[in-house]
Design a protein around this ligand. Structure first.
Ligand SMILES: Cc1ncc(COP(=O)(O)O)c(C=O)c1O
Length: 389
């Protein structure tokens, strides 16, 4: 089935399976082939076949992923990169110049902070971290700094804070700033920032979109041609595009995004409920819980509360380390969003780079990427690990 033949916009899962995946004309191959060729033979000089000449610029396998990404986020333009940070860098480099300012969440992913602070800071871009839950404080920070960009990550990694996308987009736009949403934790299956007014969506496709912990990648999606052209220029001119094989694997993962997310959400809810009942736990950070401070906003802007759960332990850093090293079904590792459950100790692992800054993650916190295994096995594993305390 070709996506162009649909009479009306197909549903999410149909788009995930078919967008950008038209069968191949010359052989009828149902799954589009992996195009590894670096270069393409034109009909004659200046007359390309299908627009392809050199794979840093354009490649059919990458195009197939980019079309799929755009269809899922509801934008016209998808651009894919070698990593999530590569995608973020393309936005920052493509759209800002020296003297510009970014306002961002004070719990933004540590690598995003490092990129803005240490790479773009050195190139003259200023930044102000602010609590995105306080819309008035965000408005004040955007105005005072004449910010060109508001960087929103929701739910945030690993504090699981929720930001009100629609309200923050309004704050950015009234000041003439661009609103960027990192949609990595939610995925387009659960949250659609472009429909809420955001100018650009960015993903680490390494996570839920790839979904199998076997490919690093990133993407930018927008409905704005001018922004797309500038961000795509960085992909081509700086050469941080996704490789054809990475694009192929990411496309393959995306086809099952909806079914995987349903299971991730159900299992995360079961794990969050189990953690709530444990005496060793001081806080369960999951937006699906009614007493989570962002629950009402999450219920409005997300169609499910996601597969990530953070938990803080009364026994502090030593209790967190003990549990992190004791689980067997949850594997102790960085990253998230794969089919397998992962256990992470952010203050010494994913977020070690922000230790000692205002973005530092509490040392009693564990981040659980709840996979698609059987919930009873995940809870049994946690029960055994908590038994070590
Ligand atoms: C929310 C978020 N954004 C961006 C990134 C960066 O993505 P990548 O590791 O693919 O460069 C990560 C990585 O963990 C992340 O969690």
């Amino acid at each position: 089935m070709s996506s162009q033949s649909q009479p009306q916009t197909p549903g999410f899962n149909t788009r995930a399976v078919h967008a950008g995946q038209a069968w191949e004309e010359s052989t009828g191959a149902v799954i589009p082939p992996l195009y590894l060729s670096t270069t393409y033979h034109p009909h004659r000089i200046g007359e390309l076949r299908g627009g392809y000449d050199y794979s840093r610029g354009t490649n059919p396998t990458r195009d197939s992923l980019q079309e799929q990404l755009a269809a899922l986020e509801g934008g016209r333009f998808g651009i894919s990169y070698a990593s999530g940070l590569g995608a973020e860098d393309a936005i920052l480099r493509g759209l800002l110049t020296s003297g510009d300012h970014v306002v961002m969440g004070n719990d933004v992913y540590g690598g995003t902070f490092r990129l803005i602070d240490r790479i773009h800071g050195g190139a003259g871009i200023g930044h102000t971290p602010v609590d995105l839950g306080d819309v008035d404080a965000v408005r004040a920070a955007v105005r005072q700094n004449h910010a060109k960009m508001l960087w929103i990550e929701t739910p945030s990694n690993p504090m699981m804070k929720i930001a009100d996308i629609e309200a923050l987009v309004a704050v950015a736009h009234e000041a003439g700033a661009l609103a960027v949403v990192d949609n990595t934790f939610a995925t387009p299956y659960l949250q659609q920032p472009l429909a809420l007014g955001a100018d650009l969506v960015v993903h680490s496709t390494t996570k839920y979109l790839g979904g199998h912990s076997d490919v690093v990648g990133g993407s930018v999606i927008t409905d704005n041609q001018e922004l797309a052209d500038k961000v795509r220029f960085i992909q081509f001119a700086a050469g941080n595009q996704s490789s054809p094989f990475d694009a192929y694997l990411t496309t393959r993962g995306i086809k099952t995004l909806g079914v995987r997310m349903d299971r991730h959400v159900a299992n995360a809810e079961a794990v969050a409920d189990w953690l709530l009942g444990r005496s060793e736990v001081s806080h369960v950070l999951y937006p699906g819980l009614p007493d989570h401070p962002g629950h009402q906003i999450a219920a409005r802007q997300m169609s499910g509360f996601g597969g990530m759960v953070s938990v803080r332990l009364k026994g502090g850093a030593s209790a967190a380390r003990t549990v992190a090293e004791a689980t067997r079904v949850f594997t102790l590792a960085e990253s998230l969003g794969g089919i397998e459950s992962l256990m992470n100790y952010p203050s010494e692992m994913t977020h070690a780079s922000v230790k000692g800054t205002e973005l530092a993650v509490p040392e009693d916190l564990l981040r659980l990427s709840v996979g698609i295994e059987d919930a009873a096995d995940l809870i049994g594993d946690l029960e055994r690990a908590f038994g070590q305390l």
